[in-house]
Design a protein around this ligand. Structure first.
Ligand code: ARG
Length: 575
C-alpha cells in the first residue's frame, strides 16, 4: 500500500493501542515546520484532558513503541504532549518508488457501485451565467475524482425544460409570430430571439394576469400532451440545449445524459396517486403534500409539496419522480448514490426531496447527497455582475479569462498554438479559483489575480507541471535516462513526501466532496518542485544523480498532471 498517510496513521493507532489508550481520533497532521519532522500527532492532548492524565506521559508511552519501529528515523515528544515523527529516508524513497510503479499512483481503488452525478442544472432559454460555473466545474471535478478511485460515474445535466416557464415561452413566441400556425413556430426561433423573448414574457406574465392565465393554459396543454404545444416546445428545447452544449464543451463538462424535468411527466402522474394510496402523501387544503419534518430539526422543514391545489406538479415533484426514474432506467439502475451539485441556497429543497424519497422507499442504497456551494462574488463582495450591472454570461466570463491569459502566455515560439494555450491557461485560472477554496464559502471573481503565474493559482501549478515536462523532454533529447528514485538532498526528500500525499488527498476530497483538497495537494507539490528546481540541478548533475532525479521528476509530473486532471485542468505542452 503506497498510502503514506494511511500507513503512518495505522502505526500511530497501533502504538496508542499498545499503550492501552483509545485509538479513536488518532491521526497525523503534516508537521508545521520541517525541523519538527514529517508528521505531528496531537491526540495525546485530547486524551490526557479526558482521562485527567498528563498528556506528555501518554505521548511518551506511545513514543516508546514507535521508536522500536525502524520506519521512523526519529520520534519526539514536544511541548505539552505533541508527537513529532520523522520517517527514515529509505522508507520515503521506497514508498516513492512504489508510487512511481503504481498505475494508480497509489490511489486506492474502490469497489463501489457507480455514482450518479446531477449537475449543470440549466434551464431552457436562459443563457448559462456565472451561477452555472460552479456546478459545472465542481461537478466535473467530482466526476473525475470518482473515476480516479475506480468508481464509474453517470452524469446527468437534469435540464430545466418543463413547467410554467415553458408555457410562458411558447405563448410569447406565438404572440411574436401571429402569422405562423401553432406547432410550427418553435422551429423558427433562433437562440438569440428565444433568450430575448423569455425575460420579456416572464415580466409580462408577472404584470398582467391575462398573460399569466394564457401561459398557465399552455403549460397545462403541454403537460397534457397537446401536439402543437409539444412540437413548439420540442423545437425550443432542442435549440436551447444545442446552444448550451457549446458552453459545456467550452468548460469541459461532460454529460452522459441530457434528461430533464420533462422526462418525469409520466412518473409524476403515476407516483402522486400511488403515494397517496400508500399513505405517504396526504391531502392538505386541496394540495398533496408529504410531511418530512423530523424531531431533531433545528430549523423548520415544511412538508414537501407534491401537487399544488391547482393540480400542478412542483420542482420538488419532478426531482422526486427523477429519483424513481433513475432507479428504473437501465442507464442508471446500478448507481448506488445520487450526488447533486447545486447551489447551497437549494439545501432546504433537497432536504425535503431526499426525506420524501426515503419515506417513499425510492432512495438508492448508498444515499442521496446534496453538494452545495456558495456564490461567486465581485470585488465589491456582492454577487458577481458585469460592468453594466447585468448577470455575467458564462461564455463572456471564460472569454475574458482567455483574453487575459493571452496577454500573459509566451507566444513567441511559432510551434505554439497561442490561442489553444490561452484557452488552457484561462480555463485553468477560472477553475482553480473555484476549486481551490472550500465549496461552501463564496469566492471573489478577480481575473487579474486568477490569471497570475505566481501564488496559489491555476497557471502557477500548470507552469510547474510544464517545467517538469520540459526537463524530461530535454533529458530524452540528450539521451539521458531515468533510473530509480533515491533521495539524497532534503529538497528531493520534500518533493517525494509531497507526492506521496496524493492518496490521502484523494480520500479526503472524495469523503468531503471537496476538490479543494486536491488543489491544496497540487499546490504543495508545485511548491516543493520549485524548491527542488532551484536547489537540485538535474541535467547538469552527474550520471547517477541525474538518472535518480529524472525518476523523481517523472513521478512529480505524473502526480501533478493526475491532480490537475482531477480538477479538469489541462497540462499545456509549453507555456
Ligand atoms: N434547474 C434548476 C435551477 O435552475 C437546478 C436543477 C438542479 N438539479 C436538480 N436535480 N434539482 O434552479
Amino acid at each position: 500500500m503506497v498510502d503514506l498517510v494511511g500507513r503512518v496513521d495505522d502505526k500511530l493507532r497501533r502504538a496508542f493501542a499498545a499503550a492501552s489508550l483509545p485509538v479513536e481520533g488518532v491521526r497525523s497532521v503534516p508537521a508545521t515546520r520541517p525541523e519538527f519532522g514529517d508528521f505531528q500527532c496531537n491526540a495525546a492532548m485530547a486524551l490526557g484532558k479526558a482521562a485527567k492524565r498528563n498528556p506528555r506521559d501518554l505521548a511518551a508511552a506511545v513514543a516508546e513503541t514507535l521508536r522500536r519501529d525502524p520506519d521512523f528515523a526519529s520520534v519526539e515528544v514536544a511541548g505539552p504532549g505533541f508527537l513529532n515523527l520523522r520517517l527514515a529516508d529509505a522508507v520515503v524513497a521506497g514508498l516513492a518508488r512504489e508510487q512511481a510503479a503504481s498505475p494508480t499512483l497509489g490511489i486506492a481503488q474502490r469497489d463501489s457501485a457507480p455514482v450518479l452525478l446531477d449537475f449543470g442544472g440549466s434551464n431552457v432559454a436562459k443563457p448559462l451565467h456565472v451561477g452555472h460555473l460552479r456546478s459545472l466545474v465542481i461537478g466535473e471535478s467530482l466526476s473525475r475524482l470518482f473515476q480516479a478511485q475506480g468508481i464509474a460515474v453517470v452524469t446527468d445535466v437534469h435540464f430545466g425544460d418543463w413547467g410554467l416557464q415553458m408555457g410562458m415561452l411558447i405563448a410569447a413566441i406565438r404572440r411574436a409570430h401571429p402569422g405562423r400556425a401553432p406547432g410550427t413556430v418553435g422551429a423558427g426561433i433562433a437562440i438569440d430571439e428565444m433568450e430575448r423573448l423569455y425575460p420579456e414574457a416572464a415580466a409580462a406574465c408577472k404584470a398582467d394576469p391575462e398573460r399569466m392565465a394564457e401561459a398557465r393554459a399552455l403549460t397545462a396543454a403541454l403537460q397534457a400532451g397537446d401536439a402543437d404545444a409539444r412540437a413548439d416546445w420540442g423545437a425550443l428545447r432542442d435549440t436551447s440545449l444545442a446552444d448550451q452544449k457549446r458552453d459545456f464543451d467550452l468548460v469541459g463538462a461532460r454529460f452522459d445524459l441530457f434528461l430533464g424535468e420533462s422526462d418525469t411527466q409520466a412518473t409524476v402522474e403515476r407516483i402522486v396517486p400511488d403515494l397517496l394510496a400508500r399513505g405517504i402523501a396526504e391531502r392538505d387544503e386541496g394540495a398533496v403534500v408529504i410531511a418530512v419534518a423530523e424531531p431533531s430539526d433545528t430549523r423548520p422543514v415544511p412538508p414537501m409539496m407534491l401537487e399544488k391545489s391547482d393540480g400542478a406538479a412542483t420542482y420538488a415533484t419532478t426531482d422526486l419522480a427523477t429519483i424513481a426514474d433513475r432507479a428504473a432506467s437501465p442507464a442508471t439502475a446500478r448507481c448506488g448514490r445520487y450526488v447533486y451539485v447545486v447551489d447551497e441556497r437549494q439545501s432546504l429543497h433537497f432536504t425535503q426531496v431526499f426525506r420524501a424519497a426515503r419515506k417513499a422507499g425510492l432512495a438508492p442504497a448508498d444515499g442521496l447527497v446534496h453538494v452545495g456551494f456558495g456564490t461567486v462574488n465581485g470585488v465589491d463582495g456582492k454577487p458577481y455582475k458585469t460592468r453594466e450591472g447585468g448577470v455575467a454570461r458564462l461564455r463572456d466570463l471564460i472569454g475574458d479569462a482567455v483574453a487575459k491569459a493571452r496577454e500573459r502566455v509566451d507566444a513567441s515560439d511559432p510551434a505554439v498554438d497561442a490561442e489553444a494555450l490561452a484557452r488552457q491557461v484561462g480555463l485553468a485560472a477560472v477553475k482553480w479559483a473555484d476549486l481551490s477554496t472550500g465549496r461552501l464559502g463564496g469566492y471573489v471573481f478577480n481575473l487579474e489575480r486568477m490569471v497570475s503565474f505566481e501564488g496559489n493559482t491555476g497557471p502557477y501549478v500548470q507552469y510547474a507541471c510544464v517545467r517538469i515536462g520540459a526537463i524530461a523532454a530535454r533529458a530524452v533529447a540528450a539521451g539521458a535516462r531515468a533510473s530509480e528514485i533515491s533521495l539524497g538532498h532534503p529538497a528531493e526528500r520534500a518533493l517525494a513526501m509531497a507526492c506521496l500525499r496524493l492518496p490521502a488527498a484523494v480520500e479526503a476530497a472524495a469523503a468531503g466532496y471537496a476538490p479543494n483538497e486536491i488543489a491544496d495537494f497540487a499546490f504543495a507539490v508545485a511548491q516543493s518542485f520549485s524548491r527542488f528546481y532551484t536547489e537540485c540541478p538535474v541535467l547538469a548533475a552527474g550520471d547517477a544523480e541525474r538518472a535518480a532525479r529524472l525518476a523523481l521528476c517523472d513521478l512529480a509530473f505524473a502526480v501533478l498532471s493526475r491532480a490537475l486532471w482531477m480538477l479538469g485542468i489541462a497540462v499545456p505542452q509549453r507555456m
